[in-house]
Design a protein around this ligand. Structure first.
Ligand code: ADP
Length: 190
């Protein structure tokens, strides 16, 4: 059976992490969040984590080769997975191309790119709310939240066209109850 490899896409605060939790359970997928992987490196104070810290705290992107390497390692470690949910990756065209190369080499391409659409003011509200409990430096200041949205619009949002060209882009309304949004995602996965 072909693997259910999904890119869960959207701006910071769109709900990718939350919705990933539902989808990995429902479809038995392995969750690959580059944000989570980087925060684990940071917590363990690895060289990689220390190098990424300042960029992350400031809402800037970490270098492509670093996140691509992390994803490659995790995919190799979970070769038997029925599929992956890529969350927060790819964030640049170079990352999207590297991901396609890795997956095409195994004939296990991305089947869908599900893009959670949420208005900017709602995103900022959610990020600052999360900041009260997440302990994440990048969720504390409105300026940093907005900076991440700007970086998303400039570097990451163009990937919609990349996946549209492959016929894989699906826009999902990311506003509403958690259960409603999950239902929209499940329906889009089909
Ligand atoms: P968000 O909630 O903003 O979507 P993430 O948890 O996905 O945040 O990522 C937090 C930070 O980690 C990003 O702002 C960025 O510095 C870094 N990061 C995560 N994924 C990537 C990636 N694919 N490419 C570059 N940097 C990344």
């Amino acid at each position: 059976m072909s693997k259910l490899n999904i890119v869960l896409f959207g701006p910071p605060g769109a709900g990718k992490g939350t919705q990933s939790n539902f989808l990995i359970e429902k479809f038995n997928l392995v969750h690959l969040s580059t944000g989570d992987l980087l925060r684990a490196e940071l917590k363990a104070e690895t060289e990689l984590g220390l190098a990424a810290k300042e960029l992350m705290d400031n809402g800037e992107l970490v270098a492509d080769n670093i996140v691509i390497g992390m994803i490659r390692n995790m995919m190799e470690a979970h070769n038997e997975a029925p599929g992956f949910i890529f969350d927060g990756f790819p964030r640049t065209e170079a990352q999207a191309q590297a991901l396609d190369e890795m997956l095409n080499a195994k004939s296990e391409p991305i089947v869908a790119m599900l893009s959670l659409e949420v208005p900017e003011e709602e995103l900022v509200k959610r990020l600052l709310e999360r900041g009260k409990t997440s302990g994440r430096v990048d969720d504390q200041e409105e300026a940093t939240a907005r900076k991440r949205i700007v970086v998303y619009s400039r570097e990451t949002s163009p990937l919609k066209d990349y996946y549209k060209a492959q016929g894989k882009y699906k826009a999902i309304d990311g506003v509403g109850s958690l259960a409603d949004i999950t239902a929209r995602l499940v329906k889009a996965i089909g």
